[in-house]
Structure formats: C-alpha cells, structure tokens
Design a protein around this ligand. Structure first.
Ligand code: HEM
Ligand SMILES: *[C@@H]1O[C@H](CO)[C@@H](O)[C@H](O)[C@H]1NC(C)=O
Ligand SMILES: *[C@@H]1O[C@H](CO)[C@@H](O)[C@H](O)[C@H]1NC(C)=O
Length: 352
C-alpha cells in the first residue's frame, strides 16, 4: 500500500534523525568557534568588570553553575523567573535570599546577544562564567565544553531535593554526588570552591553553638556576629574561608585540618571518614587540588545537558522563548506536526 510504505519511510527517516541527534549530543570546546568567535572574550570582560566592582561576585557566579547543574542538569533552569505555569528554582531553600549574580548573567547575555544574536545558550554562559570567575580570582583555568541548550521550564521541587543541604552527612553528600556521576574525590575537590565567598548565619548557627568538631576560638569568633537565637541575624555573613575569601587557593583544606570549616558539611569532609585522605592531600598539594578541581568542574558541566534539538536558545535568560500559555499546548502541537510530516504534507490525523 502506498500510504503504509510512505509511512514506513517517514518513520525510518525519523529514526535516523533521532540517532543523528544522539550522536551529536556531546559537548565540545569549539562548539561556537565559527558561530560566535568573540564569545569567550565577550563573557570574560563582563565577568572581569563585575568582579572588579565586588570580588565576592566571582564566588556567587561559580555557585550559580553548581546549583544549575545539580537540578535537572546544566540547562540554565536556575535562571528562569517564575511564570503562571511553574514556580522556578530561585525560591528553593538553597537559593532563597542566597543565590545572587542574576543581574550579571543578564549583562553577559546582552553583551553576547550583541555580537551573535540567538546563538549562545544561557546554560553555556553559566559554564564559561564559572570558569572565568575561578581564573580571575587566582584559581586554575580549563577549556570549557560547550553546546548545551536551555530548558523551557524549571522546578522548585527538583531544586529543593537536588541541591545538598549544609546539614548533610558525609554519606548523604557522597550519594548525591554519585547519583550525578561524580566521585567522592570530585566531592572533595568541588567543595574546595568554598575557598571563596560567604555564608549566612542561618546556615552555620547550629555548628558554631553546638558543633563537636569545631575549634572553640573559631566558634567564639563566629558567634560574635551570629546570634544563637533563630531569626535574629540570620543573614549576617561570614567568609567560608576565614583566611582569604576572595582568593581561589587551597586554604579551605588547611582550615579543615584545624577544625575551622564553617559549614557542618565542610567539616564532614575531614571527620575521620573516607574523604580525610583527599582533604589532607589538597591541603599540602595546591597543584593537585587545581588539576582535580578543573577536571571535576568539567565532569559537573557534563551532567545531562540538553543538546541537538532539545530545549532552546533563550533570548533572555530569565524567560523561555515559548510563552507560558503556548508551552502548555506544545506536546499536542508537536504530535500533530509529526503526523503531518510522516504523511508528507497530507493533512491526516489518525483517530486521536
Ligand atoms: C558539597 C555540598 C555543598 C553544600 C552543602 C554547599 C552549601 C553551601 C552553603 C550553605 C553556602 C552558603 C549560602 C548562604 O548562606 O547564603 C554555600 C556557598 C557557596 N558555595 Fe556551596 N555547597 C556545596 C558545594 C558547592 C560546590 C560544588 C560549589 C562550586 C563548585 C560551591 C560553591 C559555593 C560558593 C562559591 C559559595 C559562596 C557564594 C557567595 O558568596 O555568594 N558549593 N554553599
Ligand atoms: C543547641 O542544642 C540545644 C540542645 O539540643 C538546643 O536547645 C539549641 O537550640 C541548640 N542551639 C543552636 C543554636 O542550634
Ligand atoms: C511529497 O509528496 C509529493 C507528492 O506525492 C512529492 O512530489 C514530493 O517529492 C514528496 N516530498 C518528499 C519530501 O518526500
């Protein structure tokens, strides 16, 4: 029958396209080298000026990439504002009153859109920005893999379950990282990101008042600007690395050796468990920390990206290109469109 053979042809064409899609579903360092040759210097100059204005911004930008990748992969979902059809990730427990740098990402996106409109994803901008932040603050550099596309939606619940809490035990940390293909060595190396940036009293109060494995003089110092009563001074800040909070170095690990990790989850990495050995190694060997951190950042950036024809290239990092009202109907539209393709222009809908 003519119609069934054209249908078979259509289906096999679709399968081939799908297979090509999966074969292409890989990130590469030269993804934009012809479509946007000025991408890297454009991003770097905006990151540089944001960090010159406020050194802490480098830390905040690095953390955005982590919080993006740990929630449905590195797909720019953390950047989406809430819409009428979903509540996004910005108000998740770990992000509310905490995640920052969204305005800097907007500035970078605008600068990138000026040199190559509609080409570069917000997810890739986060990956490049994280690398540049580390490098500008004196840390290592690496070649960033690119080619991610942006999600059209975001999930508050996925963010609440996906991002580890500072109250986590070592085994909880290891198992969350492992679920995403990251080893316990990656966990220790990536936690070294806490060599920069700040944390709020609410996230270390229990540890500085009731912690057992904490240096007592250090606990006293931190108590002076973090009242014991929950609700008072919750947002008061303290540096995650008490020595050099705007320099990307290995002091974070040296602090742990003295029981001066700020977060409960920090000190768990050196508390008589399986990660002690790695912490000790990084505390005496900054170059092994640098190279392991770089490799782990690349692995974190590989977490389930959208590629090929999945997702989209957002025009504005805060919103999907698809308006919320149409997004709800989209699967139906695609389904109808596939049927039309299979039947080569014939407007034919099999009984729905
Ligand atoms: C291992 C599990 C982790 C936990 C439980 C954790 C938890 C936290 C917490 C509670 C804060 C302070 C937030 C606040 O008080 O507002 C923080 C800050 C920060 N985290 Fe993590 N984190 C983890 C891993 C990571 C990783 C893998 C990275 C990056 C590779 C990272 C980068 C940062 C940075 C740079 C800051 C400072 C941000 C700023 O100053 O704006 N963290 N983290
Ligand atoms: C410390 O522990 C005690 C006893 O469990 C508790 O009542 C108190 O609220 C805790 N304080 C902080 C700051 O967590
Ligand atoms: C679709 O069908 C028309 C008419 O049968 C034919 O001329 C055309 O080549 C077909 N197109 C494709 C892409 O198969």
């Amino acid at each position: 029958m003519a119609s069934s053979s054209s249908m078979t042809l259509g289906v096999s064409t679709l399968l081939v396209l799908l297979l090509l899609g999966t074969a292409n579903a890989q990130l590469s360092t030269n993804f934009y080298s012809s479509s946007c040759p000025k991408l890297l210097p454009t991003v770097k100059s905006v990151v540089q000026s944001a960090i010159s204005k406020e050194a802490r911004m480098g830390a905040s930008l690095l953390r955005l990439f982590f919080h993006d990748c740990f929630v449905n992969g590195c797909d720019g979902s953390i950047l989406l504002d809430d819409t009428s059809s979903f509540t996004g990730e910005k108000t998740a427990n770990s992000n509310r009153n905490s995640a920052r740098g969204f305005d800097v990402i907007d500035d970078i996106k605008s600068a990138v859109e000026k040199v190559c409109p509609g080409v570069v994803s917000c997810a890739d901008i986060l990956a490049i920005t994280a690398r540049d932040s580390v490098t500008i603050l004196g840390g290592p550099t690496w070649n960033v893999k690119l080619g991610r596309r942006d999600s059209k939606t975001a999930s508050l619940t996925a963010a609440n379950t996906g991002i580890p809490a500072p109250t986590s035990s070592l085994s909880q940390l290891i198992s969350r990282f492992s679920a995403l293909g990251l080893s316990s060595k990656d966990l220790v190396a990536l936690s070294g990101a806490h060599t920069i940036g700040q944390a709020r009293c609410t996230n270390f109060r229990a540890r500085i008042y009731n912690g057992t494995n904490i240096d007592s003089a250090f606990a006293k110092t931190r108590q002076s600007s973090c009242p014991a009563t929950s609700g008072s001074g919750d947002n008061n800040l303290a540096p995650l690395d008490l020595q050099t909070s705007t320099a990307f170095d290995n002091n974070y690990f040296k602090n742990l050796l003295q029981n001066k990790g700020l977060l409960h989850s920090d000190q768990k990495l050196l508390n008589g468990g399986s990660t002690d050995f790695t912490v000790r190694g990084y505390s005496t060997n900054p170059s092994s920390f640098s190279s392991d951190f770089s490799a782990a950042m690349i692995r974190m950036g590989d977490i389930t990206p959208l590629t090929g024809s999945n997702g989209e290239i957002r025009k504005n990092c805060r919103t999907s290109n698809v308006p919320p009202s149409e997004a709800q109907h989209q699967p139906l539209l695609f389904c109808a469109f596939d049927q039309m393709m299979l039947h080569n222009g014939t407007v034919f809908f099999p009984s729905l």
